[in-house]
Design a protein around this ligand. Structure first.
Ligand SMILES: Nc1ncnc2c1ncn2[C@@H]1O[C@H](COP(=O)(O)OP(=O)(O)OP(=O)(O)O)[C@@H](O)[C@H]1O
Length: 586
């Protein structure tokens, strides 16, 4: 059903996510302060219990320490739950926005299709629910422990600080040595995935022409490259981790040694010696953990950056203000579609259609017909110019609202897993009035009888991409989907490419009926019987508007040109003289 709620802008949700993480820092502060318990307990036992031999003091201190440790455990449980909650909150809030952003980004221009943002979201969410996040939350509190050691004795403080700086330098070196191989491994892995997905998607071609072996080799090469990077990073990281561990053990001994020296010189107590050692362990632990979980952290950071980049490219969501139903006046005003690093795909396309007029879009292969149809339907955003339905720019019109007024049948139909009825009503909630409209669209497109003949009629599940149906059945159901809701604008990209004679007759009847009811039609077609039904014709050639005008004028012009040219270069100008003749006869 129609809704006025638009997902919030990605940028806004990302900001909210950052805000949601903030309370975790305060929980971490509490946990880190309570982590001082061990050291303080040790200190107090040495100072108060051993000197006074008071067992009551020992019991009191032990009870207080136990309470502090229990509180710390409680805080840790709450922090863990909060992290998991932030993870699932991010998923619930961001996934729909990212899917919207991905679809809109893919539709904004050729070659933008990419489902990566959703995978990136998974990676960031998993990071939040894994232990890899703890070093980041705990590291800001390390100065607290260093300060406590300094208070015990400056020498001990300096030793811990220098040791910590060396450990930190090892962490930085780890990042420097592993970043490049890890990044290269990740992109090789992603290429391997893309290749594997393409092979599975096009399984028929792969199987029929025995293409699996070379594809497998390409995939394996990418996997090997990914593996090489991962092994290199693991080897380098392993060496750094071993050095770091060794350094840490040496540091632990050094602080005890220095403590003992200070005890001997009567500059510190044995309690201070032990407590300093415990505190240093705590101060260095986030650095050590960071080295161990570096790979996950780098991966999550890269994913987060990509998400922020998508948020930057994705235009702010505009509120959906339902506009009045257009009458079908359709206009293209100097449309341009740029191509990355080359001549534009489309340039200078301008035409005007009145409600109820039908226009055929013709031209040789790769002239840009499909690209123009996509722009006219609002699926792609033009690089320049505007397509206006009743004066409203279709690219600026919120898709959710515009979709009610545009019927579009793409060249490769694009049905979805679901029932026939769901596909026709564009996955609206199937209430009785909606179902009536489904049947109306099916009757109009002449596919009702065909659907009744399916095993479960309108409730037949058509499988992934409509796999259960034949090419012609898919096309006819796609036409019913385009006609659903009586849109005032209909854009059909080769709607008869898979149709037999009956299907074509049904299509022509449907077009005549909706045209008589005032629907404006843009049609890509080659066959004369359909071309004979249009009022206007636009001829595209190499992305440029070659001719536009009433059908007879355009066909006469093409016929004159064809007569003049004795030997036409292949595909230079369509339709040929025969087609023009056939159209005239029809
Ligand atoms: N998704 C895309 N990404 C990049 N370039 C594209 C994409 N789709 C089409 N093009 C380019 O646009 C040009 C026009 O293609 P288009 O499919 O619009 O032509 P067409 O006239 O419909 O051809 P045909 O009659 O063969 O279907 C082609 O040169 C093609 O390379």
């Amino acid at each position: 059903m129609k809704t006025n709620q638009q997902p919030p802008a990605l940028r806004v949700v990302m900001k909210e996510a950052r805000r949601a993480i903030r309370p975790l820092i305060w929980f971490s502060a509490g946990i880190n302060v309570l982590m001082l318990t061990g050291a303080l307990y040790m200190l107090q036992v040495y100072h108060r219990v051993l000197s006074s031999h008071s067992l009551e003091t020992l019991v009191m201190l032990s009870l207080m320490a136990a309470a502090a440790l229990a509180a710390m455990a409680g805080l840790e449980v709450v922090r863990g739950r909060l992290l998991a909650k932030v993870g699932s909150w991010m998923n619930a809030r961001l996934a729909p926005v990212l899917l919207t952003a991905s679809v809109e980004y893919a539709a904004s221009a050729p070659g933008h299709a990419n489902a990566r943002p959703l995978r990136d979201l998974d990676q960031v969410r998993n990071f939040f629910t894994s232990p890899s996040i703890f070093p980041i939350l705990d590291a800001p509190w390390a100065p607290l422990f260093f300060a406590a050691i300094f208070l015990m004795h400056p020498w001990l403080g300096w030793l811990a600080l220098v040791g910590g700086v060396v450990l930190f330098a090892l962490a930085v070196l780890n990042e420097y040595l592993t970043r490049k191989p890890l990044t290269e491994a990740a992109s090789a892995q992603s290429r391997a995935y893309t290749q594997a997905e393409a092979a599975i998607r096009n399984a028929e071609v792969v199987q029929a022409m025995g293409m699996l072996k070379p594809l497998l080799e390409g995939w394996k090469a990418q996997q090997d490259e990914a593996n090489k990077g991962q092994v290199l990073a693991a080897n380098r990281g392993g060496v750094i981790a071993a050095i770091a561990r060794c350094h840490r053990l040496a540091l632990q001994m050094a602080i005890l040694g220095l403590g003992a020296y200070l005890v001997v010189r009567n500059e510190a107590s044995a309690g201070i010696m032990i407590s300093a050692s415990i505190l240093m362990g705590r101060a260095l632990s986030p650095v050590e953990q960071a080295i161990a979980t570096w790979k996950a952290t780098v991966g999550a950071r890269a994913a987060y950056r990509r998400l922020t980049a998508v948020a930057g490219q994705h235009p702010e969501a505009t509120p959906v203000l339902p506009l009045p139903r257009p009458k079908g006046r359709f206009e293209a005003d100097d449309l341009v579609l740029a191509r990355q690093g080359g001549e534009p795909i489309l340039k200078g396309i301008s035409f005007r259609l009145n409600p109820g007029e039908a226009m055929a879009l013709i031209g040789p292969s790769a002239a840009g017909k499909t690209s123009l149809a996509r722009i006219l339907a609002g699926a792609w955003r033009p690089s320049g110019g505007r397509a206006l339905l009743d004066g409203m720019d279709v690219a600026q019109w919120a898709a959710e609202d515009r979709g009610h007024h545009v019927g579009y049948l793409p060249q490769d139909i694009e049905l979805f897993a679901g029932t026939v009825a769901e596909n026709i009503c564009r996955f609206a909630q199937l209430t009785p009035p909606i179902f009536n409209n489904v049947v109306k669209a099916a009757l109009l497109s002449g596919v009702h009888e065909l659907i009744k003949g399916l095993p479960k009629g309108y409730a037949t599940e058509i499988g992934e991409s409509g796999a259960v149906l034949s090419g012609g059945q898919r096309q006819r159901i796609g036409l019913a989907r385009a006609l659903y809701g009586d849109p005032p604008l209909l854009i059909l990209d080769e709607p008869n490419s898979n149709l037999d004679r009956d299907g074509e007759d049904a299509l022509i009847a449907a077009l005549s009926a909706v045209k008589a009811a005032g629907t404006t039609i843009v049609l890509i077609a080659h066959r004369p019987n359909i071309l004979a039904k249009v009022d206007k014709v636009l001829v595209l050639n190499r992305g440029q508007q070659d001719l536009f005008g009433p059908r007879d004028y355009v066909f006469n012009e093409l016929a004159n040109r064809a007569r003049k040219v004795t030997q036409m270069p292949i595909g230079a100008s369509l339709p040929t003289l025969e087609v023009v003749k056939e159209v005239k006869e029809a």
